[in-house]
Design a protein around this ligand. Structure first.
Ligand SMILES: [Fe+2]
Ligand SMILES: [Fe+2]
Length: 209
């Protein structure tokens, strides 16, 4: 099958870290939207969150984490960062599967998405504060990994039949929702970065010793 790569051909290739951070911001904004959304919108938002996280986790597991493990092979603590991230993905994916099997009528639907959001915040903080800085120092071609991630991401999104979701700054409007949440989503995205991160408190305490 001919790969219908980049609808984003005009974009300069992003390095792996920029690409993954953009995914993180996108999904954080969606979690924020979810918290404020009407019940009628929650199901769609949860579905999107689950799909984007599934793709994100998969490209990290297929491409980034193996490259990181190899690069970190001399340093046990750095290698542990990758092992822990993999374990966290496994737990997140279990929760994602549960949410995907729920309807908004389910008593624990909203709570499950909220907990997933907190969990992901913690995970993202570890990636961005520990793993990514270590990757930057390692001998890796992050641009090359970035283009592999992007290519795989687009292929997976196509498989799942979902649109690419941009980070707030590079937002292109989704053709999928008929505008019903687009107004409010901007404000929520704008404050996405300023929410308290109580869920991630434990993240830094275990760093290195
Ligand atoms: Fe991850
Ligand atoms: Fe990530």
């Amino acid at each position: 099958m001919a790969r219908s790569t980049p609808s984003r051909a005009s974009d300069a290739p992003r390095d792996a870290i920029a690409l993954l951070k953009q995914d993180h911001r996108t999904v954080e904004a969606l979690f924020d939207q979810f918290e404020d959304a009407e019940e009628s919108e929650q199901s769609q938002l949860a579905e999107r969150i689950c799909q984007l996280l599934t793709v994100h986790a998969q490209i990290e597991e297929e491409i980034l984490y193996p490259a990181a493990k190899e690069a970190f092979s001399e340093d046990e603590e750095e290698e542990d960062l990758v092992n822990e991230a993999q374990v966290e993905h496994t737990s997140a994916k279990e929760l994602i599967a549960k949410i995907e099997g729920m309807t908004p009528d389910d008593e624990t639907f909203k709570a499950s998405v909220t907990v997933l959001g907190e969990y992901i915040k913690h995970h993202v903080k570890e990636e961005e504060n520990e793993m990514f800085p270590a990757l930057k120092k390692a001998d890796l071609d992050l641009k090359e990994i970035g283009s592999q991630l992007q290519e795989r991401k687009l292929a997976l999104m196509e498989q799942l039949g979902i649109q690419e979701e941009e980070a707030p700054a590079a937002k292109k409007s989704s053709s999928r929702s008929s505008g019903r949440s687009s107004n409010s989503s901007k404000g929520r995205q704008a404050r996405a970065g300023s929410r308290s991160k109580s869920a991630s408190k434990g993240a830094s305490s275990r760093a290195r010793h």
